[in-house]
Ligand binder design. Structure first.
Ligand code: ADP
Ligand code: TRP
Length: 380
């Protein structure tokens, strides 16, 4: 009984969010036995106090990671793991829209897993998991689909683009891609989502899903997830073929696993023009692309040096490309070495995936229990 009154007293103190002080008091006023009783509660509240914001992001296992993925997404994943509670996953269900072969499914996910680790995502700091290992996602996907409308899904640019690219396979999974993405995010009640610029419309749908669910059921349950990027705008890594973005399906990528020779060759082949015709001239797109890449991959001094050379018309594209290739190789060489190491260690990859799946399922199941309650279903 005495223990119980200590507990109640403790809860009052904790609720007044004076946790440090209350713990201090407990330490000196409670018998050891009652401290044991309270231990689990105190632990959860301790976590609560320093609770970090939740971050989530994922990439489809549709090929190897490239420089666009790295600078647009994965580099931010790595930076964020220090200050946030991060979930990074491999979106293998999302890749089903293009009907991959069954024998490739698991290996493709393992490839991205090895590349995530090689880039510096740390399974001790972040939860790294494979989407299809967390079946709770699908239940939320179903609920969210009930609140999304055909018209708005059809208007999503990525849907329109993909429908154009694969006119004989405009499946319902393609249409509801943004709701599956919303389920990925909302199942962990993530607040921040580091993704590249091309995902902005999908993110808008995720926010709509959160808002609608909250409005329909009169709750404040899901936070509205925000796109996250360091700096003041999302970056877009251009391709080296003159226009547009670097992307797997554009066939213009520098992959993280590539060696120096192959990188040098690709950068050397980058499209350029015949050079500036007057000082301080605005850069045409092909040249701007080269500078954009240099701004991200090289040092500020290097960028400024070549920018000045452009402005005073003394630029030699050959020199610029050589320097750019060198700087990319410097970044990618250690990553490439680690990719090779991780890829040859299937046991480790399996262990990381298992550990991540357990942590992700725990978080997801907790959300789903609440969601079921809110919607009116039985809770198991
Ligand atoms: P791809 O376009 O090559 O198929 P994904 O669509 O799988 O790449 O993208 C995975 C992540 O990498 C997303 O967050 C996306 O925004 C980011 N990303 C992909 N390409 C680029 C790029 N060229 N510049 C910036 N970010 C990119
Ligand atoms: N749609 C993202 C892409 O094509 C991948 C993805 C799936 C994702 N679910 C997500 C990204 C949730 C962030 C959050 O790159």
């Amino acid at each position: 009984m005495k223990n119980l009154s200590y507990l109640l007293f403790g809860l009052c103190l904790i609720d007044k969010s004076n946790l440090d002080f209350s713990l201090f008091t407990f330490h000196f006023s409670l018998k050891t036995s009652s401290l044991f009783t309270l231990f689990p509660y105190l632990c959860t509240n301790f976590q609560h106090k320093d609770m970090k914001e939740i971050v989530l992001s994922g990439i489809r296992p549709t090929g190897n990671l490239h420089l666009g993925n790295y600078y647009g997404a994965v580099q931010n994943f790595v930076k964020m793991q220090e200050d946030y509670n991060c979930y990074y996953f491999i979106a293998d269900w999302h890749s089903l829209t293009t009907h991959p072969k069954p024998e490739d499914i698991q290996q493709s996910a393992r490839t991205i897993l090895a590349e995530y680790l090689a880039c510096g995502i740390d399974p001790e700091k972040s939860t790294i998991y494979i989407q299809s290992d967390v079946p709770e996602t699908i239940e939320l996907y179903l609920y969210l689909n009930m609140n999304c409308y055909l018209g708005e899904l059809e208007r999503v640019t990525t849907f329109k683009e993909k429908a154009r690219k694969q006119p004989n396979n405009v499946n319902a999974g393609l249409l509801t891609y943004p709701t599956l993405m919303a389920a990925d995010i909302l199942q962990h009640r993530a607040a921040k989502v580091p993704v590249g610029k091309d995902q902005e419309q999908n993110m808008e749908m995720a926010r709509k899903c959160a808002r609608r669910f909250n409005n329909i059921y009169g709750v404040e349950f899901f936070p509205e997830p925000q796109n996250f990027y360091f700096g003041d705008h999302a970056i877009k890594i251009p391709g080296l073929d003159g226009s547009g973005k670097m992307g797997k399906s554009e066939g213009n990528c520098i992959y993280l696993y590539e060696d120096a020779k192959s990188i040098e060759k690709k950068v050397k082949r980058a499209v350029t023009d015949s050079g500036p015709t007057e000082p301080n001239q605005e850069k045409p797109e092909v040249i701007q692309n080269l500078f954009t890449l240099m701004e991200i991959a090289s040092s500020k001094e290097t960028y400024d040096y070549f920018n000045e050379k452009w402005n005073d018309m003394s630029i030699r594209y050959g020199d610029m490309k050589k320097q750019l290739a060198e700087d990319i190789v410097k970044t990618l060489t250690p990553i490439r070495e680690r990719i090779l190491e991780y890829k040859s260690n299937q046991e480790l990859l399996d262990k990381v995936a298992k550990m991540g799946a357990e942590k992700a399922r725990e978080s997801s199941a907790a959300t789903l229990r609440e969601v079921r309650k809110i919607i009116g279903f039985k809770v198991y």
